[in-house]
Unconditional design. Structure first.
Length: 281
């Protein structure tokens, strides 16, 4: 399966980012804590090379805690300010204001020396589709000021959001590069739901997930589904379908229904706290 997804408005979003970069002091980049590197947009480092940087490891409630800590250390070593957050519950969101001030302290000091006091830090929030950007802004601002949804690509236009006297946010649509040179990155993005499932073979995706879980999280998987393991992931998927009542005509396993069930439960964290990417691999 070849993983690609690049709607037309994303080309426009990148152009918009290039136009607006001169207006901002700080880039707040939101990544998915389950795949922190694969959910980064490689263009952002080039676009924001002279800006202060904060990385938010979002959906950290769904990822494996031991790897959350390792990823924080990984990004800090590269000079980023890092915060673990769960935008849906608001966990970690309150600490971001102080991190922003710390990240921009040189800029604030420069302003003070020039007699400019209390000019708000202007930040751009960036992230690939479905990484939780709008949910984060809503949690941070304390009110629903951007349109949120579970479909990748919901945030379409540009808006400035005044959070308080110290911070203004520019919300931009998440941008994803046009072609994955590494298909493993595409697979990880597809597994967490950052691509429209309509353009994917859901059964192949489910099989890839079973292979991964069998290698790294077999106990969690078996505990959830109470089925016998088999070295053939297609057999495991079939067993899961039969166990969960995903039955087609003729008492056969409904593979598509079972595949969707498995992916939905993984994405919702029902199988357990699972990371798909590790900093040491």
């Amino acid at each position: 399966m070849n993983y690609q997804w690049y709607p037309g408005h994303m080309t426009k979003a990148k152009r918009m980012m290039q136009e607006n970069i001169s207006l901002i002091d700080l880039i707040i980049e939101i990544v998915d804590a389950r795949i922190p590197l694969s959910s980064r947009n490689p263009d952002i480092d080039e676009l924001g090379k002279n800006k202060s940087r904060v990385i938010l490891l979002n959906k950290s409630d769904l990822s494996d805690g031991k790897y959350n800590e390792q990823w924080m250390d990984y990004f800090k070593e590269k000079g980023f300010h890092v915060v673990l957050v769960n935008s849906k519950s608001g966990q970690g969101v309150k600490s971001i204001q102080s991190v922003v001030q710390e990240a921009c302290k040189e800029k604030i000091e420069r302003d003070r020396k020039r007699g400019i006091i209390n000019r708000p830090v202007r930040a751009m929030v960036v992230g690939i589709p479905n990484v939780g950007k709008s949910t984060f802004i809503n949690a941070f601002a304390g009110k629903a000021c951007t349109k949120t949804g579970n479909k990748p690509g919901v945030t379409k236009g540009k808006q400035w959001i005044r959070l308080n006297k110290q911070l203004e946010l520019l919300d931009t649509p998440g941008i994803l590069w046009p072609k994955f040179e590494d298909q493993l990155i595409g697979l990880r993005l597809a597994l967490i739901g950052s691509m429209n499932d309509e353009v994917l073979h859901v059964d192949e995706l489910a099989v890839e997930l079973i292979k991964f879980l069998g290698t790294y999280y077999k106990d969690l998987f078996l505990s959830r589904y109470q089925i016998e393991w088999d070295e053939d992931p297609y057999v495991v998927l079939e067993n899961l379908c039969l166990k969960r009542g995903c039955i087609a005509k003729g008492e056969k396993a409904d593979i598509m229904k079972g595949s969707n069930l498995l992916l939905d439960e993984f994405r919702a964290g029902k199988i357990g706290k699972i990371s798909l990417e590790f900093p040491n691999l």
